[in-house]
Design a protein around this ligand. Structure first.
Ligand code: AR6
Length: 181
């Protein structure tokens, strides 16, 4: 099945990806910042911030907004706002929701391939072993219901993050939940 939708993991820099959309880890003010957010705005140029300011007055935690990709290869950037890790049950719901809303924006904009960074696991402090299964399971569930999405690529910046996502994908696969891929 060459066109079967799939989840892919790569270690690297999200700004260099050739998927139609990139998912940024933004803050609720959509003000830019450090980490992957800073890297995406630097690589994409000022048009992205210009569009954010023009169209949106922030974005609640657990949600996402979309802009064009500026100078990036990607046509769109989806700015997802994950939670700051507090150690409360609400964290997981908000992290899941940030992924889900991003995928819903892909469907709404006819995006068939998308790269995600490891939302909330840097400055926002979400432990990798807790965040990675939430990200992978949300993606796998969405692909089951939305075969129009051909590729969800997780672009993990360092080997520790890559290994955590790899373990989460293996565990989901072992549980039989990836049987349709
Ligand atoms: N490509 C892929 N992943 C990257 C890149 C890159 N170029 N650069 C960093 N990462 P973070 P958060 C990884 O801190 O925890 C910002 O200031 C990084 O190693 O960027 O959601 C925003 O404006 C980590 O694995 O995002 C918010 O205020 C992952 O991306 C706040 O940080 C996410 O780390 C959001 O914090």
């Amino acid at each position: 099945m060459p066109n079967a939708p799939k989840i892919e993991l790569v270690q690297g820099d999200i700004t260099q990806q050739d998927t139609e959309a990139l998912v940024n880890a933004a803050n609720s003010h959509l003000a830019g910042g450090g980490g992957v957010d800073g890297a995406i705005h630097r690589a994409g140029g000022p048009a992205i911030m210009g569009e954010l300011k023009e169209k949106y007055e922030g974005c609640p935690t657990g949600s996402a907004v979309i802009t064009g990709g500026g100078n990036l290869k990607a046509k769109y950037v989806i700015h997802a706002v994950g939670p700051r890790y507090m150690g409360s049950p609400r964290d997981a719901a908000l992290l899941k929701s940030a992924h889900l809303k991003s995928l819903e924006l892909c469907t709404a904009h006819n995006v068939k391939s998308v790269s995600f960074c490891a939302i909330s696991t840097g400055i926002y402090g979400y432990p990798l072993e807790e965040a990675s299964p939430i990200a992978i399971e949300t993606a796998a569930d969405y692909l089951k219901a939305h075969p129009e999405i051909q590729l969800i690529r997780f672009v993990l910046f360092d080997s520790k993050t890559y290994q955590a996502y790899k373990t989460a994908l293996k565990e989901l696969s072992a549980s039989g939940s990836l049987e349709n891929r």
